[in-house]
Design a protein around this ligand. Structure first.
Ligand code: PMP
Length: 391
């Protein structure tokens, strides 16, 4: 069989099981309303939680940095690609995250690959089964042994910590907001278990940064746990409306990552236009807490509306609000019908979620208007009735 036939065979298999994916091209900015195939849609599936992705102030900061420093950085940080703007961003992130230092990575996926630098063959990593795919890939790349505990099962985590108590280096890794369920890790319990069993803690705050905490720093800040968490990872691409990611922690941790993390060392550094926007975003998020308040008002309204309809929103407690629809084909049909009604709500299927757990993933944003929310709930009610989810 030639490669074409082999690949086609696999793709046909995906079509049969309802997991085939294709790209949908957006022809507008990432905004409240976006355009796809000439149709205008209210956007309920982006991670643009605070509406900063097309903010004029971020664009201005980006253009200014671009004019001054050019389009490319032309080298990795350790060759000749480390600029003053990287340092400025890292200082801003360290303050924001209440940590001694921070290191910027080119994206969240690459930041999570640094898990492989932080562990070795004598280490054991405990990872929640619903952690993001980039964490899983970081584990696979590491030489450590890793065990995946059932989602948020703190009893099982404790059992595993006991079982591997003698390991030289132990690391618990968790998303703080789970990206497909929108529920929260039991961070207090994780920190307390880590202290009892002498484990380190690594958190991924991709969907919590800008959404939780008095200054928007994340769930660790909200629970006043920042100082007890060894490694705080976060992204600049979601609520912060820019691109890239970071790890924040002690000075020693950052020095160590600069010397060992292959996903930091062997890649060209982020360009000025991106970093300029990120610096501005961090300033805005800390100052303009009204954005977060507006987001939470919208989250609560959507979630209550869906629960009142009798839909299953899992244990969502963040800007990510799923409607569990189980079946792949039905989920995509639901999404298609909402699309026809002018709403963009993406369907999520395995392998992103477990088999039988397909869902619509609604993402709330501070820029949604009350009219948008009313339209969303009305369209969901009608479609859920058409498809027999509710009476
Ligand atoms: N962690 C989580 C929890 C995510 O949801 C994502 C991506 N959506 C990432 C990491 C990867 O971040 P990035 O998109 O910056 O690569």
């Amino acid at each position: 069989m030639n490669i074409e036939t082999l690949l086609r065979c696999d793709l046909d298999g995906k079509k049969k099981e309802g997991t085939y994916r294709k790209l949908q091209l957006i022809t507008s900015a990432q905004e409240r309303v976006i355009s796809i195939d000439g149709q205008e849609l209210i956007n309920f599936c982006s991670n643009n939680y605070l509406g900063l992705a097309n903010d004029p102030r971020l664009k201005e900061a980006s253009i200014e940095a671009l004019k001054k420093f050019g389009t490319g950085t032309a080298a990795s940080r350790l060759i000749c690609g480390s600029f003053g703007f990287h340092k400025k961003l890292e200082e801003g992130i360290a303050k924001f995250k209440h940590s001694q230092a921070a290191l910027v990575f080119n994206c969240g996926y690459m930041a999570n690959l640094a898990l492989s630098a932080l562990t070795d063959k004598d280490s054991i990593i405990f990872s929640d089964k619903f952690n993001h795919a980039s964490i899983v890939d970081g584990l696979i790349l590491s030489r450590a042994k890793f065990v995946r505990y059932n989602h948020s099962d703190m009893n099982q985590l404790e059992e595993l910590l006991k079982e591997y108590n003698s390991a030289k280096k132990k690391l618990i890794v968790t998303d703080t907001v789970f990206s497909m369920d929108g529920d929260l890790a039991d961070l207090r319990k994780i920190v307390s278990l880590a202290s009892e069993y002498k484990s380190y803690v690594y958190i991924d705050e991709a969907h919590a940064t800008g959404v939780f905490g008095p200054t928007g720093a994340g769930l660790a800040e909200e629970l006043a746990l920042s100082k007890q968490i060894d490694i705080q990872m976060g992204t600049l691409s979601k609520a912060l409306g820019s691109f890239g990611a970071f790890i924040a922690g002690s000075q020693t941790l950052i020095e160590y990552l600069i010397n060992t993390s292959r996903s930091f060392i062997y890649t060209t550094s982020l360009p000025a236009a991106v970093v300029g926007a990120s610096i501005k975003a961090i300033e805005i998020v800390q100052k303009e807490t009204n954005l977060k308040e507006k987001l939470w008002k919208n989250i609560k309204f959507i979630k209550q509306g869906l629960l009142d309809l009798g839909l299953d929103c899992s244990n969502s407690n963040s800007a990510i609000i799923p409607i569990i629809t189980h079946e792949n084909a039905l989920t995509m049909e639901f999404s298609k019908r909402l699309f026809k009604k002018g709403l963009f709500v993406q369907g999520i299927r395995p392998p992103t979620v477990p088999k039988g757990q397909a869902r619509l993933r609604i993402a709330a944003s501070a820029i949604h208007t009350q009219e948008d929310l009313d339209k969303l709930l009305e369209a969901i009610k009608l479609t859920a009735r058409e498809l027999g989810f509710i009476q």
